[in-house]
Design a protein around this ligand. Structure first.
Ligand code: AMP
Length: 432
Protein backbone atom coordinates (compact mmCIF):
# COMPACT_ATOMS: atom_id res chain seq x y z
CA UNK A 1 0.00 0.00 0.00
CA UNK A 2 1.23 3.47 -0.84
CA UNK A 3 1.94 5.39 2.37
CA UNK A 4 0.33 8.76 3.00
CA UNK A 5 3.40 10.96 2.70
CA UNK A 6 1.77 13.82 4.60
CA UNK A 7 1.88 11.73 7.75
CA UNK A 8 4.84 10.81 9.90
CA UNK A 9 5.63 7.11 10.13
CA UNK A 10 3.46 5.50 12.81
CA UNK A 11 4.86 6.13 16.29
CA UNK A 12 7.10 9.00 15.07
CA UNK A 13 6.33 12.63 15.84
CA UNK A 14 7.27 16.11 14.76
CA UNK A 15 8.02 18.42 17.65
CA UNK A 16 6.82 21.96 17.01
CA UNK A 17 8.88 24.91 18.30
CA UNK A 18 7.13 25.06 21.67
CA UNK A 19 7.48 21.33 22.25
CA UNK A 20 11.08 21.40 21.10
CA UNK A 21 11.73 24.25 23.47
CA UNK A 22 10.30 22.23 26.36
CA UNK A 23 12.37 19.19 25.39
CA UNK A 24 15.50 21.36 25.30
CA UNK A 25 14.52 22.90 28.64
CA UNK A 26 14.48 19.43 30.19
CA UNK A 27 17.74 18.63 28.42
CA UNK A 28 19.23 21.79 29.95
CA UNK A 29 18.11 20.72 33.45
CA UNK A 30 19.52 17.24 32.84
CA UNK A 31 22.83 18.61 31.63
CA UNK A 32 23.17 21.05 34.54
CA UNK A 33 22.52 18.22 36.96
CA UNK A 34 25.12 16.05 35.20
CA UNK A 35 27.64 18.83 35.76
CA UNK A 36 26.67 19.30 39.41
CA UNK A 37 27.08 15.58 40.09
CA UNK A 38 30.23 15.23 37.99
CA UNK A 39 28.83 13.17 35.09
CA UNK A 40 30.62 13.73 31.79
CA UNK A 41 28.67 13.56 28.59
CA UNK A 42 29.40 10.95 25.95
CA UNK A 43 27.80 10.44 22.56
CA UNK A 44 27.39 6.89 21.31
CA UNK A 45 25.98 5.80 17.92
CA UNK A 46 22.26 5.43 17.27
CA UNK A 47 23.06 2.31 15.26
CA UNK A 48 24.83 -0.61 16.94
CA UNK A 49 25.25 -4.29 16.19
CA UNK A 50 22.02 -6.14 16.85
CA UNK A 51 23.77 -8.71 19.04
CA UNK A 52 25.17 -6.05 21.35
CA UNK A 53 21.78 -4.44 21.90
CA UNK A 54 19.93 -7.73 22.10
CA UNK A 55 22.27 -9.41 24.58
CA UNK A 56 20.58 -8.56 27.85
CA UNK A 57 17.68 -6.34 26.99
CA UNK A 58 15.01 -8.93 27.73
CA UNK A 59 12.64 -10.80 25.49
CA UNK A 60 9.93 -8.13 25.30
CA UNK A 61 12.28 -5.33 24.34
CA UNK A 62 14.20 -7.57 21.95
CA UNK A 63 11.06 -8.20 19.94
CA UNK A 64 10.53 -4.46 19.61
CA UNK A 65 13.86 -3.48 18.17
CA UNK A 66 14.21 -1.81 14.79
CA UNK A 67 16.53 -4.36 13.20
CA UNK A 68 17.87 -4.19 9.68
CA UNK A 69 20.77 -5.16 7.50
CA UNK A 70 22.97 -2.30 6.35
CA UNK A 71 24.27 -2.19 2.80
CA UNK A 72 27.38 -4.07 3.90
CA UNK A 73 25.26 -6.97 5.13
CA UNK A 74 25.75 -6.25 8.85
CA UNK A 75 22.84 -7.01 11.15
CA UNK A 76 22.32 -3.76 13.00
CA UNK A 77 19.61 -2.08 15.06
CA UNK A 78 18.53 1.33 16.25
CA UNK A 79 19.38 1.64 19.92
CA UNK A 80 16.43 0.94 22.24
CA UNK A 81 18.41 2.12 25.30
CA UNK A 82 21.77 3.65 26.17
CA UNK A 83 23.08 1.17 28.69
CA UNK A 84 24.36 -1.48 26.25
CA UNK A 85 26.32 1.15 24.29
CA UNK A 86 27.76 2.60 27.49
CA UNK A 87 28.75 -0.88 28.67
CA UNK A 88 30.49 -1.50 25.34
CA UNK A 89 32.25 1.85 25.51
CA UNK A 90 33.40 1.41 29.08
CA UNK A 91 34.59 -2.17 28.57
CA UNK A 92 36.68 -1.16 25.57
CA UNK A 93 37.91 2.41 25.33
CA UNK A 94 37.49 3.37 28.98
CA UNK A 95 38.53 0.10 30.57
CA UNK A 96 41.52 1.63 32.32
CA UNK A 97 39.89 4.97 33.17
CA UNK A 98 40.06 5.75 36.88
CA UNK A 99 36.99 4.59 38.77
CA UNK A 100 34.35 5.63 39.39
CA UNK A 101 33.30 6.62 35.89
CA UNK A 102 30.29 8.92 35.74
CA UNK A 103 28.71 9.24 32.30
CA UNK A 104 25.76 11.22 30.99
CA UNK A 105 23.96 10.76 27.66
CA UNK A 106 21.04 12.49 26.06
CA UNK A 107 19.37 11.44 22.85
CA UNK A 108 16.70 9.56 20.99
CA UNK A 109 15.89 5.88 21.31
CA UNK A 110 13.76 3.55 19.20
CA UNK A 111 11.34 0.84 20.26
CA UNK A 112 8.55 -0.66 18.22
CA UNK A 113 6.08 -0.15 21.09
CA UNK A 114 2.34 0.17 20.49
CA UNK A 115 1.86 3.94 20.17
CA UNK A 116 -0.33 5.59 22.82
CA UNK A 117 -0.11 8.57 25.14
CA UNK A 118 3.45 8.63 26.44
CA UNK A 119 4.52 5.61 24.41
CA UNK A 120 6.25 6.39 21.16
CA UNK A 121 8.54 4.56 18.77
CA UNK A 122 11.04 7.39 18.88
CA UNK A 123 11.53 8.91 22.30
CA UNK A 124 14.17 10.76 24.26
CA UNK A 125 16.08 9.90 27.38
CA UNK A 126 18.44 11.62 29.76
CA UNK A 127 20.65 8.84 31.03
CA UNK A 128 23.20 8.65 33.86
CA UNK A 129 25.54 5.76 34.62
CA UNK A 130 27.81 5.45 37.66
CA UNK A 131 30.38 2.74 37.02
CA UNK A 132 32.96 1.11 39.23
CA UNK A 133 31.37 0.99 42.67
CA UNK A 134 29.16 -1.63 44.27
CA UNK A 135 28.80 0.37 47.47
CA UNK A 136 25.43 1.58 48.73
CA UNK A 137 26.55 5.20 48.46
CA UNK A 138 26.63 4.76 44.67
CA UNK A 139 23.01 3.59 44.74
CA UNK A 140 22.16 6.45 47.09
CA UNK A 141 23.79 8.93 44.69
CA UNK A 142 21.65 7.72 41.77
CA UNK A 143 18.50 7.97 43.90
CA UNK A 144 19.41 11.45 45.08
CA UNK A 145 20.17 12.47 41.48
CA UNK A 146 16.77 11.09 40.50
CA UNK A 147 14.99 13.19 43.06
CA UNK A 148 17.06 16.28 42.18
CA UNK A 149 16.24 15.82 38.50
CA UNK A 150 12.50 15.64 39.15
CA UNK A 151 12.68 18.73 41.37
CA UNK A 152 14.80 20.58 38.81
CA UNK A 153 12.22 20.16 36.06
CA UNK A 154 9.54 21.30 38.49
CA UNK A 155 7.74 18.05 39.35
CA UNK A 156 6.68 17.96 42.97
CA UNK A 157 4.40 14.98 43.20
CA UNK A 158 6.09 11.70 42.38
CA UNK A 159 6.70 8.27 43.84
CA UNK A 160 9.66 5.98 43.35
CA UNK A 161 8.63 2.35 43.14
CA UNK A 162 11.58 0.32 44.33
CA UNK A 163 12.75 -3.23 44.90
CA UNK A 164 15.92 -5.30 44.88
CA UNK A 165 16.12 -8.07 42.26
CA UNK A 166 18.68 -9.85 44.41
CA UNK A 167 15.83 -10.99 46.64
CA UNK A 168 13.89 -12.71 43.86
CA UNK A 169 17.04 -13.98 42.16
CA UNK A 170 18.31 -15.24 45.54
CA UNK A 171 15.21 -17.34 46.00
CA UNK A 172 15.00 -18.64 42.44
CA UNK A 173 18.75 -19.31 42.26
CA UNK A 174 18.62 -21.25 45.54
CA UNK A 175 15.96 -23.43 43.94
CA UNK A 176 18.39 -24.24 41.14
CA UNK A 177 16.55 -22.20 38.51
CA UNK A 178 18.95 -21.05 35.79
CA UNK A 179 19.50 -17.38 35.00
CA UNK A 180 17.45 -17.76 31.81
CA UNK A 181 14.64 -19.30 33.80
CA UNK A 182 14.84 -16.48 36.32
CA UNK A 183 14.69 -13.95 33.50
CA UNK A 184 11.54 -15.51 32.06
CA UNK A 185 9.88 -15.43 35.48
CA UNK A 186 10.90 -11.78 35.96
CA UNK A 187 9.46 -10.89 32.55
CA UNK A 188 6.09 -12.18 33.73
CA UNK A 189 6.42 -10.21 36.97
CA UNK A 190 7.23 -7.10 34.93
CA UNK A 191 3.86 -7.64 33.24
CA UNK A 192 2.23 -8.18 36.65
CA UNK A 193 1.31 -11.73 35.69
CA UNK A 194 1.75 -13.17 39.20
CA UNK A 195 -0.03 -16.44 38.48
CA UNK A 196 1.96 -16.99 35.31
CA UNK A 197 5.19 -16.31 37.22
CA UNK A 198 4.27 -18.81 39.94
CA UNK A 199 3.31 -21.44 37.42
CA UNK A 200 6.54 -20.97 35.49
CA UNK A 201 8.57 -21.23 38.70
CA UNK A 202 6.83 -24.53 39.41
CA UNK A 203 7.54 -25.70 35.87
CA UNK A 204 11.20 -24.95 36.47
CA UNK A 205 11.05 -27.20 39.53
CA UNK A 206 10.57 -24.66 42.34
CA UNK A 207 9.68 -26.29 45.66
CA UNK A 208 6.34 -25.75 47.40
CA UNK A 209 8.19 -23.65 49.98
CA UNK A 210 9.49 -21.44 47.20
CA UNK A 211 6.02 -20.99 45.72
CA UNK A 212 4.67 -20.05 49.17
CA UNK A 213 7.55 -17.60 49.67
CA UNK A 214 6.90 -15.96 46.31
CA UNK A 215 3.18 -15.68 47.07
CA UNK A 216 3.99 -13.90 50.33
CA UNK A 217 6.33 -11.53 48.51
CA UNK A 218 3.72 -10.74 45.87
CA UNK A 219 1.46 -9.31 48.57
CA UNK A 220 4.09 -7.08 50.09
CA UNK A 221 3.76 -3.55 48.82
CA UNK A 222 3.63 -0.40 50.90
CA UNK A 223 5.15 3.02 51.43
CA UNK A 224 6.10 1.83 54.90
CA UNK A 225 9.56 0.35 54.49
CA UNK A 226 9.54 -1.34 57.87
CA UNK A 227 6.42 -3.31 57.01
CA UNK A 228 7.88 -4.49 53.70
CA UNK A 229 11.40 -5.19 54.96
CA UNK A 230 10.04 -7.13 57.92
CA UNK A 231 7.67 -9.09 55.68
CA UNK A 232 10.41 -9.90 53.19
CA UNK A 233 12.90 -10.92 55.84
CA UNK A 234 10.37 -13.34 57.36
CA UNK A 235 9.36 -14.67 53.97
CA UNK A 236 12.88 -15.34 52.70
CA UNK A 237 14.22 -17.07 55.77
CA UNK A 238 16.43 -19.91 54.66
CA UNK A 239 17.42 -18.17 51.41
CA UNK A 240 20.82 -16.70 52.38
CA UNK A 241 21.53 -14.68 49.24
CA UNK A 242 18.00 -13.21 49.29
CA UNK A 243 18.64 -12.11 52.87
CA UNK A 244 21.95 -10.63 51.84
CA UNK A 245 20.19 -8.67 49.08
CA UNK A 246 17.61 -7.43 51.55
CA UNK A 247 20.41 -6.25 53.80
CA UNK A 248 21.98 -4.33 50.93
CA UNK A 249 18.58 -2.86 50.04
CA UNK A 250 17.83 -1.62 53.53
CA UNK A 251 21.34 -0.18 53.84
CA UNK A 252 20.75 1.88 50.70
CA UNK A 253 17.37 3.18 51.85
CA UNK A 254 18.90 3.99 55.21
CA UNK A 255 21.58 6.11 53.52
CA UNK A 256 19.02 7.91 51.36
CA UNK A 257 16.98 8.73 54.43
CA UNK A 258 20.02 10.04 56.21
CA UNK A 259 20.72 12.45 53.33
CA UNK A 260 17.42 13.98 54.36
CA UNK A 261 15.78 13.63 50.96
CA UNK A 262 12.04 13.62 51.13
CA UNK A 263 11.58 10.89 48.55
CA UNK A 264 8.29 8.99 48.65
CA UNK A 265 9.13 5.34 48.08
CA UNK A 266 6.70 2.61 47.26
CA UNK A 267 8.33 -0.67 48.30
CA UNK A 268 7.10 -3.53 46.19
CA UNK A 269 8.57 -6.99 46.73
CA UNK A 270 7.25 -8.42 43.45
CA UNK A 271 8.41 -5.54 41.27
CA UNK A 272 10.70 -6.61 38.41
CA UNK A 273 11.83 -4.79 35.28
CA UNK A 274 11.93 -6.00 31.69
CA UNK A 275 15.66 -5.43 31.24
CA UNK A 276 17.53 -8.58 32.14
CA UNK A 277 20.80 -7.17 33.29
CA UNK A 278 19.75 -5.88 36.70
CA UNK A 279 21.43 -7.42 39.73
CA UNK A 280 20.53 -5.11 42.62
CA UNK A 281 18.22 -2.23 43.41
CA UNK A 282 15.71 -1.45 40.66
CA UNK A 283 13.27 1.44 40.58
CA UNK A 284 10.76 3.33 38.48
CA UNK A 285 9.43 6.84 38.89
CA UNK A 286 5.70 7.52 38.70
CA UNK A 287 3.56 10.63 38.89
CA UNK A 288 -0.04 10.14 40.04
CA UNK A 289 -1.42 11.72 36.85
CA UNK A 290 0.09 9.08 34.51
CA UNK A 291 0.04 5.32 34.80
CA UNK A 292 3.34 4.89 32.96
CA UNK A 293 6.82 5.35 34.42
CA UNK A 294 8.58 8.64 33.71
CA UNK A 295 11.96 7.16 34.56
CA UNK A 296 13.66 4.06 35.77
CA UNK A 297 16.94 2.53 36.68
CA UNK A 298 18.86 0.01 38.64
CA UNK A 299 22.08 -1.73 39.45
CA UNK A 300 23.71 -3.97 36.86
CA UNK A 301 26.98 -5.43 38.15
CA UNK A 302 27.61 -8.00 35.43
CA UNK A 303 26.71 -6.35 32.12
CA UNK A 304 30.05 -4.66 31.51
CA UNK A 305 31.90 -7.91 32.16
CA UNK A 306 29.78 -9.53 29.50
CA UNK A 307 31.37 -7.35 26.83
CA UNK A 308 34.84 -6.89 28.15
CA UNK A 309 35.60 -9.85 30.34
CA UNK A 310 36.21 -7.62 33.37
CA UNK A 311 33.25 -7.26 35.70
CA UNK A 312 32.55 -3.71 36.71
CA UNK A 313 29.72 -2.92 39.08
CA UNK A 314 27.45 -0.16 37.86
CA UNK A 315 24.16 1.58 38.50
CA UNK A 316 22.20 3.91 36.27
CA UNK A 317 19.00 5.83 35.74
CA UNK A 318 17.18 7.01 32.63
CA UNK A 319 14.41 9.58 32.42
CA UNK A 320 11.86 9.41 29.62
CA UNK A 321 11.93 13.02 28.48
CA UNK A 322 8.67 12.79 26.50
CA UNK A 323 6.88 11.48 29.57
CA UNK A 324 8.50 14.08 31.80
CA UNK A 325 7.02 16.65 29.40
CA UNK A 326 3.58 15.08 29.83
CA UNK A 327 3.96 14.94 33.61
CA UNK A 328 4.94 18.61 33.70
CA UNK A 329 1.84 19.47 31.70
CA UNK A 330 -0.35 17.41 34.01
CA UNK A 331 1.13 19.04 37.10
CA UNK A 332 0.82 22.52 35.59
CA UNK A 333 4.56 23.10 35.45
CA UNK A 334 5.24 25.82 32.90
CA UNK A 335 8.86 26.85 32.90
CA UNK A 336 9.03 30.52 31.94
CA UNK A 337 10.40 30.93 28.45
CA UNK A 338 12.94 33.73 28.65
CA UNK A 339 11.65 36.43 26.31
CA UNK A 340 14.37 38.27 24.49
CA UNK A 341 13.42 41.64 23.17
CA UNK A 342 13.27 41.36 19.42
CA UNK A 343 13.92 43.95 16.78
CA UNK A 344 12.50 43.98 13.27
CA UNK A 345 14.30 45.87 10.55
CA UNK A 346 12.00 47.01 7.74
CA UNK A 347 13.06 48.59 4.47
CA UNK A 348 10.61 51.24 3.27
CA UNK A 349 11.25 50.32 -0.34
CA UNK A 350 13.38 47.89 -2.25
CA UNK A 351 16.24 50.33 -2.69
CA UNK A 352 16.76 50.24 1.06
CA UNK A 353 16.85 46.44 1.45
CA UNK A 354 20.66 46.21 1.43
CA UNK A 355 20.90 48.91 4.12
CA UNK A 356 18.30 47.09 6.21
CA UNK A 357 20.26 43.84 5.92
CA UNK A 358 23.48 45.63 6.85
CA UNK A 359 21.91 47.21 9.94
CA UNK A 360 20.52 43.84 11.05
CA UNK A 361 23.93 42.17 10.67
CA UNK A 362 25.60 44.93 12.71
CA UNK A 363 22.98 44.68 15.46
CA UNK A 364 23.36 40.90 15.75
CA UNK A 365 27.09 41.36 16.17
CA UNK A 366 26.20 43.43 19.22
CA UNK A 367 24.02 40.62 20.56
CA UNK A 368 20.70 42.17 19.56
CA UNK A 369 18.13 39.70 18.24
CA UNK A 370 17.36 41.32 14.91
CA UNK A 371 15.07 39.95 12.24
CA UNK A 372 14.52 41.55 8.90
CA UNK A 373 11.34 41.85 6.97
CA UNK A 374 11.65 39.48 4.05
CA UNK A 375 8.07 39.66 2.85
CA UNK A 376 8.06 43.17 1.29
CA UNK A 377 4.48 43.60 2.37
CA UNK A 378 4.72 47.35 2.76
CA UNK A 379 5.45 49.30 5.93
CA UNK A 380 2.06 49.33 7.59
CA UNK A 381 1.51 45.59 7.19
CA UNK A 382 5.06 44.87 8.34
CA UNK A 383 4.38 46.91 11.49
CA UNK A 384 1.10 45.24 12.28
CA UNK A 385 2.79 41.89 11.78
CA UNK A 386 5.53 43.02 14.18
CA UNK A 387 2.83 43.88 16.71
CA UNK A 388 1.28 40.45 16.37
CA UNK A 389 4.64 38.80 16.92
CA UNK A 390 5.38 40.95 19.98
CA UNK A 391 8.42 42.64 18.47
CA UNK A 392 9.78 45.29 20.85
CA UNK A 393 11.29 47.72 18.34
CA UNK A 394 10.96 48.25 14.62
CA UNK A 395 13.74 49.95 12.72
CA UNK A 396 12.34 51.65 9.66
CA UNK A 397 14.94 52.13 6.97
CA UNK A 398 13.80 54.79 4.51
CA UNK A 399 15.49 56.98 1.89
CA UNK A 400 14.84 60.31 3.60
CA UNK A 401 16.49 59.41 6.95
CA UNK A 402 19.21 57.31 5.32
CA UNK A 403 20.34 60.43 3.47
CA UNK A 404 21.24 61.85 6.90
CA UNK A 405 22.80 58.59 8.18
CA UNK A 406 19.70 57.91 10.26
CA UNK A 407 16.76 55.49 10.57
CA UNK A 408 13.48 55.59 12.46
CA UNK A 409 13.36 53.61 15.68
CA UNK A 410 9.82 52.76 16.69
CA UNK A 411 8.97 51.52 20.15
CA UNK A 412 6.19 49.08 19.27
CA UNK A 413 4.65 49.03 22.73
CA UNK A 414 4.14 52.78 23.22
CA UNK A 415 3.95 53.44 19.50
CA UNK A 416 6.48 56.25 19.89
CA UNK A 417 9.14 56.77 17.30
CA UNK A 418 12.27 58.84 16.88
CA UNK A 419 14.99 59.39 14.36
CA UNK A 420 18.29 57.92 15.44
CA UNK A 421 21.78 57.86 13.94
CA UNK A 422 22.64 54.37 12.63
CA UNK A 423 25.85 54.20 14.67
CA UNK A 424 23.86 54.91 17.86
CA UNK A 425 21.54 51.93 17.31
CA UNK A 426 23.68 49.20 18.92
CA UNK A 427 24.31 51.34 21.98
CA UNK A 428 20.61 52.01 22.37
CA UNK A 429 19.40 48.46 21.64
CA UNK A 430 22.03 46.20 23.17
CA UNK A 431 21.28 47.36 26.69
CA UNK A 432 17.64 46.38 26.95
P1 AMP B 1 13.79 1.74 30.34
O1 AMP B 1 14.98 1.95 29.44
O2 AMP B 1 12.83 0.72 29.82
O3 AMP B 1 14.19 1.59 31.75
O4 AMP B 1 12.96 3.10 30.25
C1 AMP B 1 13.35 4.24 30.92
C2 AMP B 1 12.32 5.31 30.68
O5 AMP B 1 12.23 5.60 29.29
C3 AMP B 1 10.93 4.89 31.04
O6 AMP B 1 10.68 5.08 32.41
C4 AMP B 1 10.10 5.82 30.19
O7 AMP B 1 9.96 7.06 30.83
C5 AMP B 1 10.93 5.97 28.96
N1 AMP B 1 10.38 5.15 27.88
C6 AMP B 1 10.55 3.84 27.67
N2 AMP B 1 9.90 3.44 26.57
C7 AMP B 1 9.28 4.53 26.05
C8 AMP B 1 8.45 4.78 24.91
N3 AMP B 1 8.11 3.83 24.04
N4 AMP B 1 8.00 6.05 24.70
C9 AMP B 1 8.33 7.04 25.55
N5 AMP B 1 9.10 6.86 26.63
C10 AMP B 1 9.58 5.63 26.89
Amino acid sequence: MRPDLRQTVRGMRDLLPDETWRLRFIEGCARRLAELYGYEEVITPIIEYYELLAAKIGEENRKRMYVFEDLGGRKVALRPEFTASIARLVSTRMVSAPKPIRLFSFGSLYRYDEPQLGRYREFWQANYELIGSDKPEADAEILSLTSDFLEAVGLRNYVIKINHVGVLRGILGHEGISEDGQNSIMQLLDKKDWDGALKLAEDYGASQRCVETLKRLFNLRSEDKNAVFKGVSEAVEGYPSALEALDNFSGIIDLVERIGLKIRFQFEASFARGLEYYTGVIFEVYVPELNIAVGGGGRYDRLIGLFGGIDMPAIGVAFGVDRIMLAMEEQGVNPPKPERKRVLVVAVDENNVADALKIAVALRRHGVQAEIDVMRRGLSRALSDADRRRIAYAIIVGPKELGEGKVILRDMRNKVQEEIRIEDLPGKLSVF
